[in-house]
Design a protein around this ligand. Structure first.
Ligand code: IMP
Ligand code: MG
Length: 172
C-alpha cells in the first residue's frame, strides 16, 4: 500500500474544516451526525476542531458491496440519533463515492423535521457520482482508487491507520 494522504495533511485540512463549520453554524443548534463506521475517526477529530457548541449523534449505514453496489441493498439505521427537530444537522461520512449513501441518509433524516441538513465527507472520489447532490463540505478530492485508513476499511480491516493509503492491485 502507498500513502496517499499523510496524517499531518489530514490534521491541517480537518482543522480548517472545523473552523469553517464553526463560522457557518455560530449561534445555531448544530447536531453533527457520524455515519458509522467509516466516519468515526474523522468525526472524532472534526468535532474537536469545531469551536461552536454542538451535539453529536450517530447513524448507521451499511451496504453489501461486491463488485457492484445495488442502491436497494443499503441499510440505514437512525435509532441512535438524538432528537433533531428544529436543529441544524450536519451529516458526516468518510467518502463520497457514488453518493448513494449520503443521498439516502439525507432522505432518511428529512422526515425528522430538522431545520436544515448539510453534508460533509472527508474524501470526494472523482468521476464516480451517480446523484445530483454534492457534499457541502469535503477535505480532499481523490482519483478513482480504493483507499483505506483513517476510518476507511477493506473488508473491515485498516480503519485504524492514521493516514489514507491507496490499495494497489497486489493488496486486493
Ligand atoms: P457511496 O454510497 O458509493 O458514495 O459509497 C460510500 C461508502 O462506500 C463509504 O461510506 C465507504 O464505506 C464505501 N467506500 C467507497 N469507496 C471506498 C474506498 O475507496 N475505500 C473504502 N470504502 C469505500
Ligand atoms: Mg465502508
Amino acid at each position: 500500500m502507498k500513502t496517499l494522504i499523510d496524517a499531518a495533511e489530514i490534521r491541517q485540512r480537518v482543522h480548517n474544516l472545523g473552523r469553517q463549520i464553526s463560522d457557518d453554524y455560530r449561534h445555531k443548534p448544530l447536531t453533527v451526525v457520524s455515519v458509522l463506521t467509516g466516519s468515526l475517526v474523522f468525526v472524532a477529530d472534526l468535532v474537536r476542531e469545531i469551536s461552536t457548541p454542538h451535539r453529536i449523534g450517530v447513524a448507521h449505514a451499511s451496504s453489501y458491496r461486491g463488485k457492484t453496489t445495488v442502491p436497494g441493498e443499503l441499510k440505514i439505521s437512525l435509532s441512535l440519533v438524538p432528537d433533531i427537530r428544529g436543529r441544524d444537522v450536519l451529516i458526516v461520512d468518510d467518502i463520497f463515492d457514488t453518493g448513494q449513501t449520503l443521498k439516502r441518509v439525507v432522505e432518511a433524516f428529512e422526515s425528522y423535521s430538522p431545520s436544515s441538513i448539510r453534508t460533509a465527507a472527508l474524501l470526494l472520489k472523482e468521476g464516480r457520482s451517480t446523484v445530483e447532490m454534492v457534499p457541502d463540505y469535503f477535505c480532499f478530492r481523490i482519483p478513482n482508487v480504493f483507499v483505506v485508513g483513517y476510518g476507511l476499511d477493506y473488508n473491515d480491516d485498516y480503519r485504524h491507520l492514521p493516514h489514507i493509503a491507496e490499495m494497489e492491485e497486489a493488496d486486493l
